[in-house]
Structures are given as C-alpha cells and as structure tokens.
Write a protein that binds this ligand. Structure first.
Ligand code: 2IT
Length: 451
C-alpha cells in the first residue's frame, strides 16, 4: 500500500476490515484513495465532514433470492443484488450484470466506480449497480424471461425513475432490459423511464447500443491528440466480442484504425486484415446472439488464426483496448505489452487491470487511460435517455452522437486538467478520480451528514 496520509490510511483500514474477503471492492477503493491523497491534504473539509469514510460505504445494499423455473420444470435459485452506492448528485444509476462471477465484492466495486464515472459525465446521476450470479449461457429465451421477471419482482420495490435507474451490463442487453421493463410496468402500472437501454419502440435512445464503444474511441482520439498522434493507420488489440467491443471496433474502423484481435472466454483470434468489413463486425453480433460464447466461430468463418486459451495482449499493436471484464490484464500480460513497445493502454471494460499490472505499466511509462473515464459514454447516453424520457421526446441519432462526443471530450479535458492542478500532469487515472470525486464530495458536504 502506497498511502501515506494518516486519515486515508485509517479510512482504508476500516474498509479492509469491514469488507474482508472482497478483493475487487478493496482494489477499486485503494486505487481511488491513492489518487486522492493530494486532494485530501489540501482540502481540510474532507476530513472534517467525514467525506472519505462516507464515500467508501454504500448508502444501501439489497440482497435477495431470485427463484425461477427452468424449461425442464426444475426450480432454480439465484442471488440478486442491488447496491445503491451514492445519491449525492442524482438518482442511483448503473447497470445490471448477469454472470456466474457476480458476488457482493464485484457489485460493490462496480457501484463504487460508477459513482465517479457518472459524476464525470457532467449529468445528474448517482452511483448504483446490480446483478445476479445467474448464467445466461445456454439458457432458452423463455428461461431468460422468467429469470428477469422474478428478478424484477423484488427489484421493483427499490427502484424508480427518480430513485434508481438500472440498465444493462455484461449479460444484459436490449432483450433482458425489455423483459425487466415489462415486468416493472406490470407491477407498478406506470410507464416511466425506470430503466435505460430500452428498445426504440418504448423509449430507448438512439446510439445507446453504440455509446460505450463510440465514447471510448472519442476519448482515445482526444488522448492521441495530446501526443500529436492520429488514430488513422494505428493497429488495435481489443478483447471481448460483446456490445462494448462491437461499438469500439465499429468506431475505430470508421475513423481509419485497424482492430486485429477480438476474444472470448475460449481464446482470441488474430485477423491481420482487421475486423473491418461490415460482415465481420456484424458477425460479432451474431456470435453474441448465438449464446455460444466462442470466438473460435469467427476464426472458422473467416479463416484466421485462433489462439485457444490465450489473451490478445501478446500481440504487437499500437493501442491496447481491453473490452471484456475486470482483471483481464495480469502482470504477465503487462510485461508482454511493455516488451512489445505498446505506448497506449486504454481500459474500456470496468477495472480490467490488476493492481500489479497497472503498477508495471506505469513504471514503464505506458500511457494509461482509466475505464471510469473511457467507458463513461455508455452511462452518459443512458443519462440522455433519462432526459428524453422525462421530456417525452426523442433526439435524432446525430443529436445524441454529438452530445456524446462533447461529453467524452470534456471528460478527457477535465481529467487532464485535474491531474495537472494537483501536480500530476499526464496521469489520466488520478485526473479521472479527482475530477469525478470533487463534484460528489462538494455535494456531500453541502447536503450535510445525513447518510
Ligand atoms: O458500467 C457501466 O457504466 C454500465 N454498465 C452502463 C450503466 C448505465 O446505466 O447505462
């Protein structure tokens, strides 16, 4: 632990004790506290008003049983979660993740990160996250629907358009949001913007499916500008083939970059011509819809190399963009990245880098762009979906895309400036943490010690 400030050490020790056995949550908290050290030293209000010990403790955490019946008539039981982490600047907002790896630690790390990310967008959204250890892989459409209905039956008691607005995340796309929304409406008899990422016909925003990936690339373009570089002609290693990877690949290709890898839980593919034709990019959607979760299907279809059980970080490229899940880049991967002379490392999935890997990349002067800034475009367009729902109106794709673009440029600039202000110019991780934090902290002080 690199913390030196006594107050922060005390705060972290309490968090570590209170959340023992939750490594992802502690990892996310420690990274933020380390970045905030210079801020805490300069601003005595933070200790006086207990901002740090409050901000690391969720306002509320709901855990519930989700029972549902599978197609064979067997009763299945999963565990559901919703963490309502921080409401200082707006209603709780954040996705629902359906994946066997979901547990309290994962949900809390995501909710904690979401608080700062949502603040960075400049839109009035607090931090929340939810999910279940339900595994959508191999489930029928009817099973997915029954699960979503059961999950929402409990969740509906805790959310609302001015209280908490869930959305998608890993394992939750338009289909699942539709089932969740339908059940909420049936229980409440209210047509409101209680979820985002909805289908177009019932209040979804244009560009929401593309938003996370597009936003990540807009951020990357701004970052490259700082170094006098252009995205055109650059090669990219991307992981995953889900919604986020898809939007990222689509926008990189459109702007003249070339993505040479995508991956799945089974391994990765290397496509020297780039995942760049419409057919190839659309095939990512087909692989996702198939529910097989195998990127080998891409290699079989397009006759490219497939690396079973490996991750793409061993390939020599200009820019690395992990788009799959947390801690998908280890110290060994970081060593490969440095050995290959990669200069830019852009996190797109939430907290994709282990602590040791971040430290190694930093030591070796790789430019690191942090996920809570880079992937904020997804929740930003969710925020715009909330605005449109409140107005009972919808913007054109061009209007939403222009707002997304502006938000991402502002996030880059605000992060860059915040780091510079505290003597850490070029540290985009610290910059994002500081810029996201300040707004939430100011609101928490202004609103008094209530939560
Ligand atoms: O991690 C994320 O920011 C999301 N899964 C999107 C959350 C949202 O409310 O759109």
């Amino acid at each position: 632990m690199k913390l030196k400030n006594e107050y922060l050490i005390r705060v972290y020790e309490t968090v570590a004790q209170r959340n023992a056995g939750e490594p992802e949550f502690l990892q996310a908290v420690l990274e933020v506290l380390e970045s905030l050290e210079p801020v805490v030293e300069q601003d005595p209000r933070l200790e006086k008003w207990g901002v740090m010990e409050r901000i690391v403790e969720p306002e509320r955490m709901i855990t519930f049983r989700v029972s549902w019946m599978d197609d064979a008539g067997n009763v299945q039981v999963n565990r559901g979660y919703r963490v309502q982490f921080n409401s200082a600047i707006g209603p709780y907002k954040g996705g629902i993740r359906l994946h066997p790896s979901v547990n309290a630690s994962v949900i809390k790390f995501l909710g904690f990160e979401q608080t700062f990310k949502n603040s960075l967008t400049g839109l009035p959204m607090g931090g929340g996250k939810g999910g279940s250890d339900f595994d959508p892989r191999g489930k029928s459409d009817a099973e997915i629907m029954r699960f979503c209905q059961s999950f929402m039956t409990e969740l509906s008691k805790h959310i609302g358009p001015d209280t908490d607005v869930p959305a998608g995340d890993i394992g939750v796309g338009a289909r699942e949001v539709g089932y969740l929304y339908g059940q909420y409406k049936r229980l409440r008899n209210e047509f409101t913007g209680v979820l985002t990422g909805k289908g177009r016909s019932f209040g979804g925003s244009l560009i929401r499916p593309e938003a996370t990936g597009f936003g990540a690339v807009y951020y990357t373009v701004e970052m490259l500008k700082t170094f006098g570089e252009d995205i055109k002609g650059k090669t990219f290693a991307v992981s995953g083939f889900g919604n986020v990877a898809w939007g990222t690949v689509k926008k990189i290709t459109e702007l003249g970059g070339k993505v040479v890898t995508i991956s799945g839980p089974d391994g990765y593919i290397y496509d020297p011509d780039g995942v760049s034709t419409e057919e190839k990019i659309n095939f990512m959607l087909e692989m996702r819809a198939s529910g097989r979760d195998k990127v080998k299907d891409y290699a079989d279809k397009f006759g490219v190399q497939y690396f079973e059980g490996k991750r793409p970080w061993e390939q020599k490229v200009d820019v690395i963009m992990p788009c799959a899940t947390q801690n998908e880049v280890s110290l060994d991967d970081a060593k490969n990245i440095v050995a290959n002379g990669v200069k830019y490392y852009v996190e797109v999935s939430n907290m994709p880098t282990t602590e040791e890997a971040v430290a190694y990349l930093k030591e070796n002067k790789v430019v690191i762009a942090p996920s809570k800034a880079v992937n904020a475009g997804g929740v930003a367009v969710s925020g715009l979906e909330m605005s449109q729902n409140s107005m009972r109106y919808s913007w054109t794709a061009e209007e939403v895309d222009a707002k997304l673009h502006q938000i991402m440029s502002d996030i880059y600039k605000n992060s860059y400036d915040a780091a510079k202000k505290f003597g850490m110019e070029g540290d985009l991780i610290a910059g994002a943490n500081i810029a996201g934090f300040m707004k939430v902290a100011d609101a928490m002080i202004a609103e008094g010690v209530a939560y």
